[in-house]
Ligand binder design. Sequence first.
Ligand code: GLU
Length: 258
Amino acid sequence: MKKLLCLLILSLLFLTGCSKKEVIKNHYDQIIQRDYIIVGIKTDSPPFGYINHETGEEEGFDIDIAKEIAKEILGSEQKIQYVSVTPNTRIEAITSGTVDMVVATMSITPQRQYLIDFSKPYYIAGQTALVPKNSNIYTFADLKDKTTLIVLGSNSEKNIRNIIPTAKIIGYKNYDEAFNALKENKADALSSDDSILAGLIINNDDFRILKNRISREYYAVGIKKDDDYRLKDNIDVVITRLHNNGKIKELKQKWNLY
Ligand code: GLU
């Protein structure tokens, strides 16, 4: 009986120890203790995420969303450490804990929801394609015997394959490389979200964007799956507020988004 009691006390002590440790290790508490948020952003996708070469600062619509989150959680938009991610590295950056969150033109998809959690959406884009101005491609159907570029890790490839199973697709690591390949005539089109493609050709009249949209892309903040919802809840509070108080609309105007 004494032995049993001892065992019970020991297990109780062990369990309390564990739960205490878990609370300290919790992601949200970690951020509060660290006093800055590590955010994965794009650096090749103006106007969402890019480096302003004059100031060396990260800028864009996604960066402004990240700043609002930092203000909510830590009281200052300065308390962010940015980490550059690409479509191919952003999920791993979240699951490995390299970043606390990703704000990087990332759409909510059922496949990604197996691996990570998403906030509420903060922007809706649509997938289309960029072609040289004098190209004879006007619709996605015209791409069926052509070569299309995509960025690896984006859901652009899957969306194209859904409607054109025979499409020839070449993947690049990031948008800079993919757009350079299009400029060098290595393919007939570059497919991604309308908002990203529009950003690539801000000062370039040699290309045009197709009129069709083949998907609706709901951009959201990606975070690690966690039984403690405080981080997700805080981010959702910010996004809901930004929608309700007109700030998202204001940011869209600031960054020439529609
Ligand atoms: N929004 C799409 C996605 O999440 C394409 C753009 C991108 O990957 O950045 O896959």
